[in-house]
Design a protein around this ligand. Structure first.
Ligand SMILES: Nc1ncnc2c1ncn2[C@@H]1O[C@H](COP(=O)(O)OP(=O)(O)OP(=O)(O)O)[C@@H](O)[C@H]1O
Length: 692
């Protein structure tokens, strides 16, 4: 499989999916305003000037605009729609439901039933033990394919006048490999050897297609940018009240302050510059555990500081051990490898590592797919103590012998449940059995996530020493309480109307809109642009350059809405995201928890509104009721009824069989210790108290 979720990067033709509104300033409007003519200069600014691509983008944009005229009646309806209720009325709105929503009628031309083919989170629908097992991992970071017989489902907006459709361009791309979710294409044209890939099809430039040439811009070097951070929110201090459970033997006492961690001066200075004055619960418990040399599985709510919880003690260890300064070498031997499921998340973790290691001799490097392999290698050979990598690129680099594993002392799996499921699990197994990789007894393995399904916890045992500790901050898999959750019953055909209504009410606040498929992400982004809402999109069919641009535009506020697939559901820490809208609910409750966790971070408050379509989302009724009530949110009566009716008819539709898990799955092992603490108290190591 590819190195990250939903990628099969190879399949991507080198085209943008649409031209978002923020790029309008690079266009001049045509006489009737219906088309935009780009100047050559502006074209070359945007990409490498491929005329084919430009033509495509131009025509698609024009098509996108005509799409808005597809159903004039529909837009009239929208114009006349009262926004009363909408977003502002919040919960009571949810209680009323929208089963009789007037927008549902007569819009069959405007929307389509999804084929499952381009879902980006199918892996979560069948997480862990899905039938995806037969998908072969085929690393594919080094090439992009623009032709050939294998179909990509890249979209094209083709203007065919009123009633035009949003089409999938089957056959426009070719690819080999790449993990796709169930029902997605799994193309293994280059054979089944997962150790192939870039060497064959990428850098060597064989017949697999053009190389990926994208080199991400270097991160800012000035200290202010490195330490730029946003403020903790009003609820930051409430973290102290969250119950923490630690299970395992000989639990080291938690620390209450950064000083107690006894870190070196440079680290303390970096912590201060980062604006951290107080530990979050996961940091209070994880830092001493990691400093004590223990393996750890830690589960804490989204946005509660898990990244620093592993970076700080690892860096402290490295400093204490007198890590050797990085220097140029063909083969680098990092002390720490951090893996995460998406490129953007790896990039973010890297920036955090760089921030906390500022002024030390520790050098962090980020490598991820969708970028030029040569660039990754150049970064590595300059010195590498902490390697932040997506799995596919990591395995490529190891195979190319640019990385030796003998010195590895720390392996971190961020979003560990995702890293261990059927999508990435096989790669992670390969990683730990690579030649030279120290055994689990000789290294420290650390796993972090906001969700930890039972079955994944069991798998994790293979990676961790048997005496690993399990830290659960609050309810495992619980939603962040700082996010106000609203569930609205909205039928498929009313969703766009509702979305626009909500976004208009939201005004200038930053919003992430999650949809189920890559196609739909483009479609909705285009639609919102037509509605004059500055929007961009991020999903696995966009080129890396475009993904980074989209994220940048959203981060800086140039675009107020970011339409995303589940590729952006986990880990991304974007300042000022006040709203998350689940235009489509994800297939699993865990994914829901991660998605809504893009807002309400670090003690700030946020709002999440989810469109619940009874036809397709019934299986989520029960777990949603559970997540809402655990987070002390209002549960709409209709949702409760639905959950109950599903329950009484004996149909347990949860895709998360373990949705009520709140414990370390080693529970059954009689000698396991468990301690429960309020996170404001330092715990005492608990003596042989049985878990039960
Ligand atoms: N002790 C602290 N004091 C102030 N800010 C902090 C502290 N710890 C973390 N933060 C900030 O909180 C934000 C969220 O942290 P982080 O991204 O590590 O959360 P997370 O728990 O990994 O979330 P997710 O589950 O979504 O991946 C970041 O901007 C981070 O810099």
């Amino acid at each position: 499989m590819g190195d990250e979720d939903w990628e099969a990067e190879i399949i991507k033709p080198r085209m943008s999916s649409y031209v978002p509104v923020f790029e309008k300033d690079r266009y001049s409007s045509g006489a009737n305003g219906d088309t935009f003519n780009r100047t050559l200069a502006s074209l070359s600014e945007m990409d490498d000037g491929s005329s084919r691509r430009d033509h495509f983008m131009r025509s698609r944009f024009a098509a996108g605009r005509s799409l808005g005229n597809r159903d004039p009646g529909e837009s009239n309806t929208r114009e006349n729609t009262s926004t009363v209720g909408g977003f502002r009325v919040g919960r009571s709105f949810g209680n009323r439901g929208f089963s009789n929503n007037k927008f549902e009628e007569g819009d069959s031309s405007g929307f389509w039933r999804e084929s499952n083919n381009d879902r980006e989170d199918n892996q979560t629908r069948n997480r862990g033990f899905s039938k995806r097992g037969d998908s072969k991992y085929e690393q594919d970071e080094g090439t992009q394919h623009t032709g050939g017989i294998f179909g990509s489902r890249r979209l094209a907006l083709t203007g065919v006048g009123k009633g035009d459709t949003y089409q999938s361009r089957s056959g426009s791309g070719s690819g080999r490999g790449g993990y796709k979710g169930l029902n997605e294409e799994i193309i293994t044209g280059s054979g089944k050897n997962s150790w192939k890939s870039e060497a064959k099809g990428g850098e060597s430039g064989d017949t697999q297609g053009p190389k990926v040439t994208y080199i991400p811009p270097p991160p800012p070097e000035d200290e202010n940018s490195i330490f730029a951070h946003y403020q903790t929110g009003i609820n930051f201090d409430k973290y102290d009240a969250i119950l923490v459970e630690v299970s395992g033997h000989d639990v080291p006492p938690a620390i209450l302050t950064f000083e107690e961690a006894n870190l070196c001066q440079t680290l303390n200075s970096n912590i201060a510059k980062a604006g951290y004055t107080k530990l979050t619960p996961v940091q209070k418990y994880s830092i001493p555990i990691i400093l004590g040399g223990r393996d750890l599985m830690a589960c804490a709510q989204t946005g509660s500081g898990k990244t620093a919880a592993f970076l700080l003690p690892i860096l402290a260890h490295m400093m204490r051990d007198g890590v050797t300064a990085s220097r140029f070498k063909e083969l680098q031997e990092p002390e720490c490898i951090i893996v995460a499921p998406t490129r953007e998340l790896i990039s973010q973790i890297y920036l955090e590592a760089r921030k906390f290691s500022f002024g030390t001799c520790v050098r962090a490097v980020a490598i991820y797919g969708g970028t030029q392999l040569g660039h990754s290698i150049r970064q590595i050979v300059q010195g590498c103590n902490i390697l932040c990598a997506t799995p596919g690129r990591l395995m490529d680099i190891i195979r190319k012998e640019k990385i030796g594993l003998r010195q590895v002392k720390y392996i971190v799996l961020d979003e560990a449940d995702r890293m261990l499921d059927m999508g990435f699990g096989p790669e992670m197994k390969k990683l730990i059995s690579c030649p030279g990789m120290p055994s689990k007894e000789q290294r420290q393995t650390l796993m972090f996530s906001a969700t930890f399904p039972e079955e994944i916890q069991r798998l994790a045992g293979e990676f961790l020493k048997s005496d690993y500790l399990f830290v659960a901050v609050g309810q495992v898999g619980g939603a962040c309480r700082d996010v106000q959750q609203t569930i609205l019953q909205v039928g498929q055909y009313s969703k766009r109307e509702k979305l626009v209504e909500i976004l208009r009410n939201i005004g200038d606040e930053r919003t992430m809109v999650f949809v189920e498929t890559k196609k739909k992400a483009d479609f909705i982004a285009t639609f919102l642009c037509q509605e004059k809402i500055s929007t961009t999109s991020i999903h696995g069919d966009r080129e890396q350059r475009e993904r980074e641009q989209a994220l940048g535009d959203f981060r800086c506020g140039k675009c107020l809405a970011l339409v995303a697939t589940s590729v952006a559901a986990r880990g991304l820490d974007i300042e000022n995201v006040q709203h998350v809208i689940n235009f489509d609910l994800p297939s699993t409750i865990d994914e829901y928890v991660h998605r809504i966790g893009r807002t309400g971070r670090c003690g700030n408050t946020g709002r999440a509104i989810s469109f619940f379509d009874p036809e397709s989302d019934g299986h989520l009724a029960q777990p949603l009721v559970k997540v809402l009530s655990d987070a002390q949110q209002d549960v709409p009566a209709w949702l409760e009824e639905m959950a109950f009716s599903i329950y009484v008819t004996g149909f347990s539709g949860s895709t998360r069989g373990n949705m009520f898990v709140s414990i370390d799955t080693r529970k059954g092992k009689s000698s396991l210790n468990t301690a429960r603490f309020s996170s404001s108290q330092a715990p005492n190591p608990v003596d042989d108290e049985s878990w039960d």
